[in-house]
Ligand binder design. Structure first.
Ligand SMILES: *[C@@H]1O[C@H](CO)[C@@H](O)[C@H](O)[C@H]1NC(C)=O
Ligand SMILES: *[C@@H]1O[C@H](CO)[C@@H](O)[C@H](O)[C@H]1NC(C)=O
Ligand SMILES: [Zn+2]
Length: 396
């Protein structure tokens, strides 16, 4: 894996990350469709959004088709006919969040099988073994995740220190470091000192990439920004910085300004299920009856397969069509997923282009101007966070 920066300032990153399945432009949003919400896009549809790195869940792949089948097939790229890059999570977070009865001990995450209730254990070694079989280009360490809002300082420290010990076990268990890039995950909740301490410990392990974990768990946006701004200046210039679980357009744009360059979130596909389209003017609920006779595309000027006219090789889907199909959940959800994933990827492409062309502050100002009727409505956390990196949202 290699990273080359296109701009000299690592504070606002634009780079090319070269992975085993081809180059990926950063900053990037990685789509993730959870099995629980809806069928993922087909590989062709995903490719058409410009996606060159998607996130798949180790937990789901481990359950179905399972490690034996994956090993026989030669991994997840073959399984789904995807020739670009894949990042897999460790599986731990999904277990802790999906299975109420999961317990964490030094050994690993103990849980009851969702199939038959038998006790099972996910260790750092199992997680890496599964990800090695999946063959993903980027693999994540198993970490001890605690919601940032937890008031239990002792438990927070335990989780942070255990995550470091688990990283060492992951590194030792990893059988293919030359083709699969292991990322560490920085923990420490909202405690800036603990985050810094964890960052120092993690950096000593010299993994190819670095992730910041545990955020987007209901903390105030101010606190989120403080954690990201405290960590990014400590990171080496030539390693990707992935903030996990981030996906609202404003959060993405502000986080890039704070020095992060990889993101993922289930929200774009999840919200599609409720009839919501993400647009540059905010969210649009197409179930609303007012769209029944609305024959425009989901968003004017959008280049996604749905919105593009038939002349341009698109589907020419109208808001009215989605409104009519809202009851048939899968059709509308599928189309909106295509649009929403495109929106997120296109947003990151535009952010990147503006950085390369040295007009990122102007881009951010325009982005917020499109999203809110007046500057008075801009969220204070965003204005404050951007001020810290010398971007004045109120400037015109
Ligand atoms: C992998 O992730 C992509 C993007 O979310 C999705 O379309 C695809 O269905 C996923 N594959 C599996 C096997 O879960
Ligand atoms: C988790 O711990 C609780 C309390 O010690 C116990 O009752 C439960 O069975 C444990 N669950 C698993 C999956 O080990
Ligand atoms: Zn569109």
């Amino acid at each position: 894996m290699a990273l080359s920066r296109l701009n000299l300032s690592p504070v606002v990153p634009a780079s090319v990350l070269t992975l085993p399945h081809g180059p990926v432009n950063l900053p990037i949003f990685m789509p993730v469709a959870t099995q629980a919400t809806l069928k993922g896009l087909t590989p062709e549809q995903l490719e058409d959004t410009g996606c060159r790195l998607c996130l798949n869940n180790t937990y789901h792949l481990g359950l179905k088709p399972g490690q034996d089948v994956l090993a026989a097939l030669g991994g997840a790229h073959r399984l789904q006919g995807w020739k670009h890059n894949i990042l897999t999570d460790s599986g731990g977070f999904q277990m802790v969040s999906l299975l109420k009865l999961a317990n964490i001990t030094e050994e690993g995450v103990r849980f009851l099988s969702p199939h038959d209730g038998t006790p099972m254990l996910l260790t750092p070694e199992h997680s890496i073994g599964l990800q090695n079989t999946i063959g993903s280009d980027i693999i994540m360490q198993l970490d001890d995740v605690l919601v940032t809002t937890s008031p239990d300082k002792t438990r927070m420290r335990e989780a942070m220190e255990r995550s470091v010990r688990w990283l060492d076990r992951c590194i030792a268990a990893h059988t293919s470091p030359e083709t699969q890039n292991l990322f560490c995950i920085i923990q420490g909740g909202l405690d800036i000192e603990m985050r810094r301490e964890c960052t120092e410990k993690m950096l000593k392990r010299d993994t190819p990439g670095i992730a910041v974990g545990g955020l987007s768990g209901g903390e105030a946006k101010d606190d989120y920004c403080k954690v990201v701004s405290a960590i990014t200046p400590m990171l080496p210039d030539l390693k990707p910085r992935y903030v996990m679980g981030i996906g609202y357009p404003e959060d993405l744009v502000v986080s890039v300004a704070l020095g992060a360059d990889m993101f993922d979130c289930v929200w774009p596909t999840r919200t599609a299920r409720f009839g919501n389209a993400i647009t540059s003017k905010g969210m649009l609920n197409l179930r609303n009856a007012k769209h029944m006779h609305d024959f425009g595309p989901i968003e004017e000027g959008c280049g996604c397969t749905c919105c593009r006219s038939r002349d341009e090789g698109g589907l020419g889907v109208t808001r009215s069509f989605i409104n009519h199909n809202a009851a048939k959940e899968t059709v509308a959800a599928h189309l909106l997923s295509i649009h929403n994933v495109w929106y997120q990827l296109e947003l990151m492409r535009q952010v990147r282009q503006s950085i390369v062309q040295d007009r990122f502050p102007a881009f951010i100002r325009q982005f917020f101007a499109d999203l809110y009727p007046t500057p008075a409505q801009y969220p204070k956390w965003a204005v404050d966070a951007l001020k810290v990196v010398n971007i004045d949202l109120m400037d015109d």
